[in-house]
Design a protein around this ligand. Structure first.
Ligand code: HEM
Ligand code: HEM
Length: 186
């Protein structure tokens, strides 16, 4: 596996992984609150739009996750920041791994649950994804329940992850944040 470029003091993630990190972060931070809100609305055009938007964002996250995993394995990434104590290193690597698992699990459960419910998945109004399961309402409830549970897990991990990143950026100021940013080296 190739290693990332070594800067004067900061070993950054490869540019493509930085772009994908922020694109996926924006999409996930948008689609979680949409998911929380859309079920509470009155049936109608606004609710339909939010469901379509939620599904379209989710499918985009899944596609970007495939690309990110491939690039992560081919381009490589810097090893944990040298200033991290062992427990933080273990925790951040574990959180990153779990996030990667959820990038796939959460949208696939959404896709499977929506297929079993029998609703169409029209991606950005452009094309329809084929169902991956036949219509089965009890199964759909189970799968969408699991989708909800794992999306809350994702939200919890994101809070932990962002808290850690902000702590490094503003309290420790140790260069961990710069690893995921473009700009000056150091
Ligand atoms: C939904 C939101 C987010 C998700 C899902 C997410 C996910 C991830 C993942 C999976 C990694 C590991 C990258 C890899 O090894 O390939 C990572 C790294 C990183 N993220 Fe995020 N991230 C999110 C938001 C943020 C935000 C808002 C910040 C800053 C405030 C941030 C700062 C960082 C930094 C600095 C790293 C590099 C950590 C290191 O060098 O060990 N992330 N993120
Ligand atoms: C990373 C991608 C995704 C995230 C973070 C996400 C997140 C969420 C969240 C937070 C909820 C609300 C759960 C609750 O209140 O219990 C939700 C509900 C839902 N999501 Fe997603 N979702 C994603 C992808 C998808 C995809 C790809 C689909 C379908 C193609 C989908 C279909 C649904 C449906 C139908 C519901 C409503 C479930 C119900 O009312 O029981 N989601 N999602």
């Amino acid at each position: 596996m190739a290693t990332a470029r070594v800067g004067a003091t900061v070993e950054r993630y490869p540019a493509a992984l930085i772009v994908l990190h922020w694109a996926m972060a924006i999409l996930i931070l948008a689609t979680i609150p949409i998911g929380w809100r859309m079920g509470d609305l009155e049936p109608g055009p606004l609710q339909d739009t939010l469901y379509h938007t939620h599904r379209s964002i989710g499918v985009t996250v899944l596609a970007l996750a495939v690309l990110r995993l491939v690039l992560r394995r081919t381009l490589g990434a810097p090893p944990p920041h040298p200033s991290l104590p062992a427990w933080q290193r273990t925790l951040s690597v574990a959180v990153h791994h779990l996030l990667y698992v959820l990038f796939f699990l959460v949208p696939i459960l959404g896709w499977a649950g929506t297929s079993a419910f029998g609703a169409p998945i029209v991606v950005w109004g452009l094309f329809e994804l084929p169902p991956i399961l036949p219509r089965n309402e009890p199964l759909s409830e189970l799968l969408l329940g699991a989708h909800g549970l794992f999306s809350q897990t994702l939200a919890g991990l994101v809070i932990l992850h962002v808290a850690g990143a902000l702590y490094h950026a503003f309290v420790r100021r140790d260069g961990v944040m710069q690893r995921m940013l473009f700009g000056r080296t150091g």
